[in-house]
Design a protein around this ligand. Structure first.
Ligand SMILES: Nc1ncnc2c1ncn2[C@@H]1O[C@H](COP(=O)(O)OP(=O)(O)OP(=O)(O)O)[C@@H](O)[C@H]1O
Length: 320
């Protein structure tokens, strides 16, 4: 069953700009420009794109905070902007850049308020809270006011708060931003468990591609309000016109290799040279051509760097 459905969704903001002493100019910003996608129950999907691409606007429409200018949205069968309160019981939201917890209250009290707000049955609440405390390592933090928590601690506290009412869908907006390596690993491990054990559907927005690599098999890329890619993470390599790299260690330092068809040298360091060739092509002829001409000590083939592929996508190859 599809849990999230968007059909040709558009959001246009009207902004007024001062254009002289008395005159104001009206301008339209098309933040989301005709997006359609479906997310089945239980899937964990990455939603990525450069700054200002329209990610937050999409998430705000999915929570019902913003009303779309055009198109159809459904989350768990509910039209978010029409039935925001009913939807709130079915979704959880975590914004990395700001907390949904009460700043002056200890976590324990914040959770108590969440329980009352959602009228979570006591047994369910206890079980969920205990699980979060254990997996997110919250025991020692429960009595500390939120304002005294570090960013990583606060984030773990926020994620727990978003899950206490058993949401079917979880929107995560930059959940690992500013966290150290250990906290990031903890948060990612927890999200993986929640998705596997409860079947929670997750839409994850992040600038940290390791989040995506470790958590999502499917990724959607948005640019200038349009979906420019929707598919497997691996598939990004093929649309990004990316290159693989053959790294060769020659017996001795040599001038850059120029006589291998279909490959070009991009870096030379002593006897080691890096040859780029199209990712879609087999490495075998390139390896054979180098081995035929030069005495080799070692070689390896490196897959395209995902960050590089995405950077290329962002650079305006958006006609995909
Ligand atoms: N309330 C608003 N009024 C006018 N323009 C807006 C409003 N909210 C967003 N925009 C514009 O819509 C576009 C998309 O913004 P959005 O915040 O959705 O991008 P984003 O992909 O989440 O970016 P970031 O990664 O920086 O958070 C931007 O050009 C932004 O300036």
């Amino acid at each position: 069953m599809e849990l999230i459905e968007l059909t040709d969704v558009e959001k246009v903001f009207e902004v007024r700009r001062r254009a002289g002493l008395l005159r104001r100019e009206r301008r339209e910003v098309r933040a989301v420009d005709g997006i359609s996608f479906r997310v089945p129950r239980g899937e964990m999907v990455g939603y990525i794109g450069p700054n200002g691409a329209g990610k937050s606007t999409t998430i705000k429409m999915l929570t019902g905070i913003l009303v779309p200018s055009r198109g159809r949205l459904r989350v768990a069968g509910i039209d978010p902007s029409r039935d925001r309160t009913r939807l709130a019981r079915r979704i959880g939201v975590v914004f990395g850049q700001r907390t949904t917890l009460w700043w002056d209250l200890p976590l324990r009290d914040s959770y108590g308020l969440v329980r009352r707000m959602y009228r979570i049955p006591e047994a369910r609440y206890r079980a969920n809270l205990d699980r979060c405390i254990e997996l997110l390592d919250l025991e020692k933090l429960l009595d500390v006011p939120v304002r005294q928590l570090s960013l990583g601690q606060r984030m773990r506290g926020d994620i727990a708060a978003a899950l206490l009412h058993d949401p079917e869908v979880l929107y995560l907006d930059e959940p690992t931003i500013g966290l150290d390596v250990v906290s990031k690993a903890k948060v990612r491990g927890f999200l993986r468990d929640v998705n596997a054990e409860r079947g929670t559907t997750v839409l994850l927005t992040t600038h940290d591609l390791t989040d995506i690599e470790q958590l999502c098999r499917r990724v959607m890329v948005i640019d200038h309000g349009r979906l420019v890619y929707d598919g497997a993470l691996d598939g990004l390599h093929t649309v990004g016109e990316s290159e693989r790299m053959l790294v060769v260690d020659l017996e001795r330092e040599s001038p850059p290799i120029t006589d291998v068809p279909g490959a070009r040298v991009v870096r030379v360091e002593g006897p080691r040279q890096w040859l780029a060739f199209p990712a879609a092509r087999s490495a075998a002829p390139v390896v054979a051509a180098v081995a035929e001409r030069y005495p080799l000590v070692d070689l390896s083939v490196r897959e395209p760097d995902i960050e590089q592929v995405i950077a290329r996508l962002y650079e305006g190859r958006s006609g995909i």
